[in-house]
Ligand binder design. Structure first.
Ligand code: FAD
Length: 343
């Protein structure tokens, strides 16, 4: 389906960089669309470490990642950007020339989004959760097999098996211990990759932890009813009655189709100049996906880059717009009437 409205700025990725770019672009009066491949906004903070504290973003001495995302969403939504979730941008296609240049952004859902400029805020690329090569995993996805804990309440009273030894697996076990009926975590090694403090917290919690154990089979036709786990030292197997298994094995992030858009890529990232501009006119890149000398992959730098890109995208759209942005503190903010000078 082709969306007829041509947006000023389309942002690929709804992580901290994409969200702040959307807000800054809205603040400067641009029409904005966000396309995000995951079913939720927030990028790595939502997908990888929602329950971890962040200590190095402005305005907070410490803030839990999911709370930071919530505050960012509250800010981003002020200018009502159009949001497309669960949709991955797969193709960028220029249409027209010079002043009339538009881009068509095609997605895996068969949608075509038309836009004057693009800000690529795609982190390390679209996240694909790692899975296990055992029978029935794919058949039982969303029917007892999960790759994320989006809403802990979904597991209330259930017997949950968590597979993995990284931050996400350990955080989910701790988050579910008081909600789920039982929580068992298995990890194939004897050492966690998770933060030491939370790993200790897990070992002291009521969760059952089986080290040197791997998931070898799942039971269940309509939904998951059980799992067989094996001790990888002795080969001894144990049968567990469970209602849900969460595969916390991390994500494979891949730039994938972005590589084929004609954008200059270096070190698995998009090369940008000081304006966050790529080699394609009207296409910018920000956050973890952007590369320049001295690059740091942090939320603080990602959001600063987002402000820069939104500003220069606005100037690209309207070369008469002021080069130095008006300080936002001198503006009166009204959604849909973005910039009015204060009396
Ligand atoms: P991301 O957060 O990766 O978001 C990119 C989004 O783009 C994703 O949601 C992805 O699904 C989407 N996407 C990708 N490709 C497509 C596509 N083709 N179409 C549509 N959508 C797409 N930084 C700090 O500053 N402080 C910390 O304490 C800190 N702790 C961290 C802890 C962990 C465990 C990890 C993994 C990272 C941590 N970071 C921290 C780093 C920080 O999370 C990243 O620098 C930040 O998330 C980068 O934001 P981003 O918006 O560029 O990318």
């Amino acid at each position: 389906m082709t969306n007829d409205q041509v947006y000023d700025i389309t942002i690929i990725g709804g992580g901290p960089a994409g969200l702040f770019a959307a807000y800054c672009a809205g603040l400067r009066g641009a029409t904005v669309k966000i396309i995000e491949s995951l079913p939720e906004l927030g990028g790595q903070l939502t997908a990888l470490y929602p329950h971890k504290y962040i200590y190095d973003v402005p305005g907070f001495r410490k803030v839990m990642a999911r709370d930071f995302v919530e505050r960012q969403l509250e800010q981003t939504m002020f200018y009502n950007p159009a949001i497309f979730l669960d949709e991955t941008a797969t193709l960028l296609w220029p249409e027209g020339e010079n002043g009339d240049l538009l881009y068509e952004l095609w997605t895996n859902r068969g949608n075509v989004h038309r836009t004057r400029t693009v800000i690529v805020a795609a982190g390390a690329g679209a996240f694909i959760p790692r899975t296990l090569d055992i029978p029935d995993v794919h058949r039982l996805e969303d029917r007892g097999v999960y790759y994320y804990v989006r809403d802990p309440e979904q597991f209330r009273g259930k017997r949950v098996l968590i597979v993995g030894g990284g931050d996400s697996a350990v955080d989910w076990a701790l988050a579910l211990q008081e909600i789920a009926g039982t929580v068992t975590l298995i990890h194939r090694r004897d050492r966690f990759r998770a933060c030491e403090n939370t790993a200790h917290e897990l070992l002291d919690s009521p969760c059952t932890v089986l080290l040197h154990h791997e998931l070898v089979a799942l039971d269940g036709y309509e939904t998951v009813t059980g799992a067989t786990v094996a001790d990888n030292r002795s080969g001894a197997t144990t049968q567990l009655e469970i209602d849900a298994v969460i595969l916390g094995l991390g994500f494979i992030a891949n730039l994938g189709p972005i590589r084929d858009w004609g954008i200059t890529i270096q070190k698995n990232a998009i090369e940008v100049d000081g304006r966050m501009a790529t080699n394609l006119p009207g296409v910018y890149a920000v956050g973890d996906i952007a590369h320049y000398e001295g690059k740091l992959k942090l939320i603080g730098t990602a959001t600063a880059e987002a402000a820069i890109a939104a500003h220069y995208a606005k100037n690209y759209l309207d070369p008469t717009a002021t080069m130095q942005p008006v300080h936002s503190s001198t503006l009166v903010h009204t959604p849909s009437v973005p910039l009015t000078g204060a009396a």
